[in-house]
Design a protein around this ligand. Structure first.
Ligand SMILES: Cc1cc2nc3c(=O)[nH]c(=O)nc-3n(C[C@H](O)[C@H](O)[C@H](O)COP(=O)(O)O)c2cc1C
Length: 327
C-alpha cells in the first residue's frame, strides 16, 4: 500500500495536504472539519500585526486622554492583548480539539512589538509558526536590499524567541529570487511557502472606486509556483511548500515531482468543499500504485531542475517557436 506520509519542517504529517490560512481555518469548528476531511495539518487564519495596532486604536479611540499618560499606555497594551488573546485562545482550542499539527500564522510588515507575542504561540501549543510577510516594495526611494533585510530582521528576531519551526510565506516580488530564497534558508528559516497570493485592487470604471480583484485563485496561476519549486528544490536547506492555484490531485503530484514537501491549499476547497481532500489522496495513491512508487520520497524532486538533463527547460522566458513550438 502506498504511503502518503511526509515531514515538513520536522513535523510528521500523514499526507502532504495542508489547509492554508483562510476562512477555512478561522474558527474551531472549521479546524475540526479540516481534520475530519483528511487534511494533514492546518495553518490557522493569520493574526494581523496591523490589526493588533488598529484594534488598540479602535478600543481606546473613544476614551478621553489629555495626553500620552500612563493610563493611555496601559489601555493601549491591554487592548492589544485583548485581540491577541482571542487568537491565542484559537490556537489553544485547536490543539485541544484536533490531533493534526496546528500551525499559527502571523501577517506582519515589521519586526515591531508583535514579536513580543511570538513565544505565546509556542506556549499555547502551536506546532509551528508561519510568518506571512509582505512588505510592499512601493516606495520609490527604497532599494530591494533594504526590503530583503527587513525580512531577515523579522525572521532572526522570531527565531531567537521560539523553538518551534518557523516558515516564511512569501510573494515572488524579489529581485534575485533564487538567491534571496537561499539567503532566507541560510538565515535559518525552516520552511518556505511559495508563493502567497495577496489581496489585489481593481478599479470600478462606473463609480471610480477601488474594489477587490478576484479573491480566489485560478488553476492557471499554479505554473509560476511549480517553476520556482522545481528551480529551488535540492538547492536550499529549507523545506518547500507550494501554494496558489493548486486545484487537483494532478497539481499536487506535479508539485511533489517538482520537489515540494507539502501543498497548502484553500481556494478550491472553499469553492468545491473540503471533501475534495479524500479524493485527492485516493488519486495520489492510485498514481503511486500505477507508477510503482511506495512513498512520496520515491518521486519527490524527480522533475526538479537539478535532476533534469535539460535544466534550461525551467528557465525559458520567451515563446520561441523553434524551441517550444508555440507561436
Ligand atoms: C478568502 C481568503 C483569505 C485568506 N486569508 C489568508 C490569511 O489570513 N493569511 C494567509 O497567510 N493567507 C491567506 N490567504 C491565502 C491562502 O492561504 C493561500 O495561500 C492562497 O489563497 C493561495 O492558495 P489557493 O490557490 O489554494 O487559494 C487567504 C486566501 C483567501 C482566498
Amino acid at each position: 500500500m502506498s504511503d502518503l506520509s511526509t515531514t515538513f519542517m520536522g513535523l510528521s504529517l500523514k499526507n502532504p495536504v495542508i489547509v492554508s490560512s483562510s476562512k477555512l481555518t478561522y474558527d474551531i469548528e472549521n479546524v475540526k472539519k479540516c481534520e475530519q476531511a483528511g487534511a494533514a495539518a492546518v495553518v490557522l487564519k493569520s493574526l494581523f500585526e496591523e490589526q493588533i495596532n488598529f484594534e488598540s486604536k479602535r478600543m481606546i479611540g473613544d476614551l478621553n486622554f489629555d495626553a500620552y499618560t500612563d493610563a493611555y499606555d496601559y489601555f493601549e497594551e491591554t487592548s492589544k492583548d485583548f485581540y491577541v488573546n482571542e487568537y491565542l485562545e484559537l490556537v489553544e482550542q485547536a490543539k485541544a480539539s484536533v490531533s493534526i499539527p496546528v500551525i499559527a500564522s502571523v501577517n506582519c510588515v515589521s519586526d515591531g512589538n508583535w514579536i513580543d507575542y511570538a513565544e505565546r504561540f509556542e506556549k499555547m501549543g502551536a506546532d509551528a509558526l508561519e510568518l506571512n510577510v509582505f512588505i510592499i516594495p512601493a516606495a520609490v526611494e527604497t532599494p530591494g536590499e533594504l526590503i530583503e533585510q527587513k525580512y531577515i530582521d523579522i525572521l532572526k528576531k522570531v527565531k531567537s524567541r521560539v523553538n518551534i519551526p518557523v516558515s516564511l510565506k512569501l510573494g515572488s516580488q524579489f529581485s534575485g529570487l533564487a538567491n534571496t530564497m537561499k539567503r532566507f534558508s541560510d538565515e535559518g528559516v525552516d520552511g518556505l511557502v511559495l508563493f502567497n497570493r495577496f489581496y489585489k485592487p481593481d478599479i470600478d470604471i462606473e463609480n471610480f472606486s477601488i474594489k477587490p480583484a478576484h479573491v480566489y485563485s485560478a488553476p492557471e496561476e499554479m505554473a509560476f509556483t511549480l517553476q520556482w519549486i522545481a528551480i529551488l528544490a535540492g538547492k536550499i536547506k529549507a523545506d518547500l511548500a507550494a501554494t496558489t492555484g493548486i486545484y487537483s490531485s494532478t497539481d499536487i503530484i506535479k508539485q511533489i515531482l517538482a520537489g515540494a514537501k507539502v501543498v497548502e491549499i484553500c481556494s478550491v476547497l472553499m469553492k468545491d468543499g473540503l471533501d475534495q481532500i479524500e479524493g485527492y489522496l485516493q488519486d495520489i495513491r492510485d498514481y503511486m500504485d500505477r507508477k510503482g512508487f511506495s512513498s512520496l520520497d520515491d518521486f519527490r524532486g524527480k522533475m526538479s531542475q537539478e535532476s533534469q538533463e535539460h535544466p534550461e527547460a525551467y528557465e525559458r522566458s520567451q515563446y520561441i517557436r523553434s524551441i517550444v513550438g508555440i507561436y
